[in-house]
Design a protein around this ligand. Sequence first.
Ligand code: SF4
Ligand code: SF4
Ligand code: SF4
Length: 942
Amino acid sequence: MVAESMVPIPFPALLEIVFSEYRQHQSIFGIPEHAFCQPVSARPEETSHTYGLFSELVSAPLGPAIGPHTHLTQSIVCAYLCGGRVIELKTVQKLDQLELQKPCVDAADIGYNTEWSTELTSAQATAEYFKAWLLLHLLRGLLWNEWGQEPDFLFLMSVGYDLEGIQGATVDAFLEDMRDAGRSAVFAELVDELVTFLEAQPELGFFPGGSLNNSLSDSPENSPAAPSGPDPRLDWREFVQGIRHDICRSVALSTMHGCPPDEIEAICTYLLTEKRFDTLVKLNPTLLGQQDVDQILSDAGYSIDLDSHSFEVDLRYSDAVQLLGRLQSTAAAVGRGFGLKLSNTLPVHNTDYRLPGETMYLSGRALYLLTTELAARLCQDLHTSYGVVPLVSYSGGAHAANIVELLETGIGPVTISTDLLKPGGYLRLAEALRAVEDRHFPDRPDPEALRSLADSAKQQPAYRARGGEPTARVHRPLPLFDCFVAPCREACPIGQDVPGYIRLLGEGRPAEALSLILATNAFPGLTGAICDQRCARACTRIEYDRAVQIRAEKELVVRAARHTGLGMIPSRRPAMGSAENGAPVAVLTAGLAGVSAAYYLVRAGIPAVIFESSSRIGERIEGQLAKYRLTGNELTEDLTRVAASGVKFRLARERYPDAADLVEEGFAEVVLSGPDPELLRSFDLRLHPDGTPKVESETRRTPNGIYLGGDGESDPPRIIEVIASGKRIAAAILAARRAGSTVAPEADAGHSSGGRFTGGRFTGGRHTAQQGPKPDPLQVLQKHGRFAAPGRGSDGDVARAEFQRCLECNVICLKCVQVCPNRANIAIRMQASDGFTDAFQIVHMDSWCNDCGNCAVFCPYDGKPYREKFTLFADRTAFEASNTPGICIDHGQVLLRGGEAQANTDGGGVTNREAKRVATLVERIQNDYSYLLRAFGGGMDE
Ligand code: SF4
Ligand code: SF4
Ligand code: SF4
């Protein structure tokens, strides 16, 4: 249960959050300062770089598209900070109190949504756009010392959906308010609130442009940023009142699917001639016709159930060309600008029901194929028929990697939505800005260039359907705290510390990287050569571009260690004492599983002896792996390391010992490497009717107490599974001995009692744990939101590139923070003394959330951050309607939930760990994020 609907933040609270967060944490709504972007073309001396849309000039031809990133002030602020300069406001229509089914966004892969216009009332939406307009002017000055009153950004409003509605009082008031905010009492009130707030600030020197002294020390004639009039910081009222009142000079018409051609023409004519706005008309990809849409999507491997009805009722292509030709003439006749907005989303049948309802709207990569095709056709046909190609504002699967080629065809501006809903969020806009800034683009579409763009897109793998699970998953409940996790490591059957060794290698420390791999993997050489890489299929990087080259990285580690003469460093030999004093384990046959089990046991301090009939250690495994055609020395090196670790081999056995022999020799447990029929008989194992042995899958223990490895379960063996079976056996033996107190309690084969590897750390006896590196979380954060092609070239180049590409998800996740368009999930920075593992903890802002569900799509756990993370509630009603742990300040009274229920369950009245951590988190919020509490009209100190 959450707040009934998302609630806009009152302007004074919003200002308080922006100023306090920036002063205390050098971020604004979670966008770190290092990601703030002021396009270089904003510099007045480079006006040739400035980009135009009708009569307005902006400093970059990109921004957030109409959608979830432009309905709240904080969203628009984030888009602006990340370089968005064309801000397409969310559509306002006469029905301004929509009840939408939730969740409504699924951007896991190609992107679907069910939400089409603002969920705010028209009055709320207008106020949000006013607040954003004022705040962007102010931030431009404070952050970049750009105090000029002519903005370097523009707001493009959007209205829908029929003429009657657009002419009605609600939409008309919106149009007129956005044309002239000076007529609005709400705007005047917001201006007063802003002036009052600014005048109450004791000093603003913490902003780069906030210090008057700094500014005045510049030479005005040499400083393009110097204010032209009186410095606004001397008179805030003069500055704020001087901000332009004509917020929108142009409008985009959103038409509902099924809107007849004459209705579209009538609305555009009305907007151009009577309202006298420069006008864009947003067209649907259904214009291509069902057959062609179906063909394009299925050629790219998509299996999408199209909605035939929308093709039947939507505008037809032949009508569209004539209609657009007439509208261009109408616009020219009245001296207004006219253009196309391509394209709307595509309605499709909901077949997987991840979203509610029968219909959903497709966007993202698949829409790119349709929209580029539509742009190419329309521009060619309009050029042929009328000799004029209109302005085409583009939206549909755009992102940092394709924005340059889009703009080079002369279409633009380009706006982005689905891409910003993926990990990295608004930071992806900054990537797009970096790609385009300082470049010149044609200002009218070139039909031939568009045709070639559309055709080449159809050949590119980036726009084809992907198989498999779309996002990295961890099949466990979402913890309240310390949730950061590396999906690669979770997916790895032996739980290798992938980000750890990638970092060590990237930092030029291959011996340490190898040592870290050896802590959890007996066969680094083998797995670097032939592992089937489940880790890479789970890699978060896929949500940006391509998976980190994890197996290749392991191969590089082994190679680099070998070349530096460190390749044969022995695994850590167990010291005598503790677990070493336990009885030895007998392992029968030197198959992959048996060697693996022995290796893990020895590393945990339990002696292990392998009996093998062949006379060479690797002979049996070579037979197992014959189908892989290994060519190098990987196996030999791996086995040499295993032997060096302390595993004992008794080779060339003419007869394998039976149970009695082993008992007599003092062996405590027996491991069979695989289901060898002779050995199964010899140890009297029970069999299923199909002849396979009965074995408990997690512990690999048979009913008569023998442990059975996974050799022989597939042909060729999935080697990582077989190695993992050896690891599970070692963990089960350790657990059993621990229960019988024959092993020191801290001995650990990296296996939790719940059956999952907990990180593969071996901490037995006096051995020191082989820990991964401990990176600085703030440095890791700088890698997030960046696109990067897989590393190529020399080993060193690849190692460095892949290290930069690895997001170190176990150090920083924050996907729920990044993908939330509303910024309703907040990363709270913890201090080392707070007792948490992760550097940040997630706190959810209940009233900023519209339940869109996108954070749950990307959270790797089986959980919903917006329903399960510690929550700040705006009022008592919302707090009491929820069960989620959280806090609310109600008229100075603190309502807190979280941990109290369990406070006494661990005996002796001792407050349990969770309750303590809730208290610590609340204290951290109170000390370092009190502006969040004050935003809700409360404060712990009140
Ligand atoms: S980005 Fe790095 S840590 Fe995250 S899943 Fe991929 S390899 Fe693992
Ligand atoms: S917190 Fe999650 S559900 Fe709520 S608005 Fe943000 S992404 Fe959507
Ligand atoms: S998405 Fe958010 S809640 Fe989920 S693991 Fe990442 S940081 Fe935690």
